[in-house]
Design a protein around this ligand. Structure first.
Ligand SMILES: C[S@@+](CC[C@H](N)C(=O)[O-])C[C@H]1O[C@@H](n2cnc3c(N)ncnc32)[C@H](O)[C@@H]1O
Length: 459
């Protein structure tokens, strides 16, 4: 809901674009933003009725019915299931990425999300991959990277790697990925209702400044897309300079090496076609806009391209310091329901399913920070990411009440253990470990600080 004044140049431009729909657009901005949840595909197989009991009324998101559009935004921090990665909170318009990936993506292929943090779309892509598919998600901004890693740990999937680098790193892997998403940094006009601070950062020239970075990201994303693969460009702004003009620039620059994909079926859901002309420039690319007065979601833009020929970097790519790792022996005191190797890189240990060894060689060109999930070696302290795996370790389990689950998330020990280790769970979803350590042995809670509940207990 907007309670700040929108900048006059923005209003002038959007009035020109929307004409008769300008007033309904402004009215929609005074409504609360919509929110949806994407249930975890393995951890949390709930029916619509159960979702309604848990969240109150809601309905399936039109373009991705597995996600549930809520009538009101709950206080997610009060829900232990959120901490267990049973669902991810999604902005509904952005869930169109799932629709597009389901139609054009390769679930068993190699996929890249080149602008990934905090990870909403990474979670979507991972959730649609088969076990043999692999996702690489990149985020260059150090302060934004930790949120991505936390979300990946909560989601508990192993077929992924996180890279802390900007899109240039991908140009060193030409013709590699079956599907590439670039959800680029943008002026954020579509988020004005959801995040009013976006209004504060907006300047008349923000879009034009970002256009150069966006075109660099697009070029690298297209280089790394396989011939025959798809490149999805998305923004959360209404600015044509960052939207249609970039989509048309792709056609003008890469000519016959790309094909713009017609997605006119989206119009059925009240998603709008993008502009056909802006300030004298004809737009031939197929582009699509989400307006908050037309759809139950925030402002969003997309254009999908198929790569039809090789695209080479215009200048040689200087090599990145890639992913250096070695195999290590590491005793994990639980059985895991898959074959794995443990690798070590820069002092951290990761558990990686055996079938991804070939992929690790491919991505050794990229500055990988995290892959598979982290484990601890040489200590009896269990690693939190193992507790949140979508296929959890075979360990004894303790079901917690709501009050005890919240106490556990705060860092307390709500029950004493008789065994050395136990997974604690709430409504069948593991939240983390308890383990025994010290002399005499005492029950401890190894939940890392960043995963603990930061607020006072709602009890
Ligand atoms: C719109 S946000 C991505 C949101 C994310 N896809 C999601 O759904 O949660 C764009 C991200 O791109 C990152 N970024 C900034 N410059 C970049 C660059 N040159 N290459 C790649 N990513 C960049 C920003 O730090 C930001 O986290």
């Amino acid at each position: 809901m907007i309670n700040v004044r929108l900048p006059a140049p923005f209003l002038k431009r959007i009035r020109e674009i929307l004409a008769d729909e300008f007033e309904p657009f402004l009215e929609a901005l005074s409504e609360p933003p919509y929110v949806a949840i994407r249930p975890h595909p393995i951890k949390w197989n709930w029916t619509h009725k159960q979702l309604t009991e848990h969240f109150g009324h809601g309905k399936p998101v039109q373009w991705f019915p597995q996600a549930f559009l809520l009538e009101e935004r709950p206080e997610f921090w009060k829900d232990p299931l959120f901490f267990g990665g049973a669902y991810y909170v999604q902005e509904p318009s952005g869930l169109i990425v799932s629709y597009i990936f389901k139609k054009f993506g390769s679930p068993s292929g190699l996929v890249a999300d080149v602008c990934a943090s905090p990870g909403g779309k990474t979670i979507q892509l991972l959730s649609l991959l088969e076990k043999t598919g692999f996702l690489i998600s990149a985020e260059p901004v150090p302060s934004r990277y930790p949120a991505l890693e936390e979300n990946i740990i909560r989601w508990g999937m192993l077929n992924q790697a996180l890279v802390r680098a900007d899109s240039r790193a991908f140009a060193s892997l030409p013709n590699t990925f079956d599907f590439v998403l670039a959800d680029v940094p943008c002026s954020g006009e579509g988020m004005f209702r959801k995040e009013p601070k976006a209004v504060k950062f907006w300047r008349p020239n923000t879009g034009r400044k970002l256009q150069a970075i966006q075109r660099q990201i697009i070029t690298n994303a297209l280089i790394t897309t396989k011939v025959g693969g798809y490149f999805l460009y998305t923004t959360c702004t209404f600015n044509p300079e960052e939207n249609e003009l970039n989509a048309q620039w792709i056609l003008d620059t890469f000519g016959s090496a790309v094909q713009s994909i017609d997605l006119s079926e989206l119009l059925e859901w009240n998603i709008s076609e993008g502009l056909k002309e802006w300030q004298g420039k004809e737009i031939l690319a197929h582009t699509y806009r989400f307006y908050p007065h037309r759809v139950k979601g925030e402002g969003f833009f997309l254009a999908l391209f198929k790569k039809t020929d090789v695209i080479n970097p215009s200048t040689p790519i200087s090599p990145y310091q890639g992913f250096e790792y070695k195999h290590v022996d590491c005793h994990i005191p639980f059985d895991l329901p898959f074959d794995y190797k443990v690798i070590s890189s820069k002092g951290k240990h990761f558990i990686v399913p055996t079938e991804f060894e070939g992929i690790l060689r491919i991505i050794s060109n990229l500055p990988v920070k995290y892959t598979g999930q982290e484990v601890f070696c040489g200590t009896n302290k269990p690693a939190h990411p193992l507790a949140l795996l979508s296929e959890p370790p075979q360990a004894s389990r303790i079901a917690l009440s709501y009050e005890d689950a919240m106490r556990y998330l705060k860092g307390n020990v709500p029950v004493e253990l008789s065994d050395n280790y136990a997974l604690v769970e709430y409504m069948n979803v593991p939240l983390g470990w308890l383990y025994k350590s010290g002399t005499p042995p005492r029950t401890k809670n190894p939940l890392p600080q960043s995963f603990r509940l930061k607020r006072s207990l709602p009890l």
